[in-house]
Design a protein around this ligand. Structure first.
Ligand code: SF4
Length: 194
């Protein structure tokens, strides 16, 4: 699924997506520092908080997805990523397990909480948000409950070292035409935390 070229060499298409997370996983990605230049030698960054793209593009090779699935916008974006990405990485503990984002699940139906915040508490214009703010799902769920995941990268956030090891192993394998490599943290049965 390498669709663009640079000087004759085929380049990968790389993306990130931000669902229900604090952006800490993306901050850890930025901690790759000068290795981001190495990544740029192999891949075009075609979507994510660091780009201006509004729609998830087709033919993406690798997408890191941060965050749990917690609202309707998350569902739409996650499905679009899955439909257009060869290797989907569940990126960080919120995506892998629900983690911090799923703490609200213990409170049950989020509607009473939203009413308390938006209707009962404000002194003016008390009303439930019906526009712009996406509706919350009844529960925040890990990513694999909604879409198939190819690789799990746990951590809160995953360290830059771990992100580097995973990304460049994937890039090396895809460039060699070998598909998704076997990695110790690939499967849900091999999760590592911290
Ligand atoms: Fe933030 Fe941790 Fe969740 Fe990443 S895993 S989005 S750092 S809370």
């Amino acid at each position: 699924m390498t669709t663009s070229t640079n000087g004759g060499a085929k380049r990968l298409r790389f993306a990130t997506a931000w669902l229900g997370g604090c952006s800490g996983c993306h901050m850890s990605f930025l901690d790759l520092d000068e290795l981001l230049f190495d990544l740029a030698q192999h891949a075009d960054v075609v979507f994510g908080p660091l780009t201006d793209a509004k729609e998830f593009p087709p033919d993406v090779d690798i997408t890191l997805i941060e965050g749990a699935v917690t609202n309707e916008d998350n569902v739409e974006l996650a499905r679009s990523v899955r439909a257009n990405t060869r290797v989907v990485v569940s990126f960080g503990d919120c995506a892998v397990t629900g983690n911090v984002t799923s703490l609200r699940n213990a409170m049950g139906d989020p509607d009473p909480m939203l009413r308390r915040v938006y209707v009962d508490s404000p002194e003016i214009n008390g009303a439930m948000p019906t526009e712009v703010v996406p509706a919350l799902l009844p529960q925040a769920e890990p990513l694999h409950e909604l879409i198939p995941v190819d690789v799990y990268l746990p951590g809160c956030p995953p360290s830059a070292t771990r992100i580097r090891d995973l990304l460049f192993r994937l890039i090396e394998s895809l460039e060699a035409g070998e598909g998704i490599p076997s990695m110790e943290w690939r499967g849900a049965d091999d999760l590592r935390f911290g």
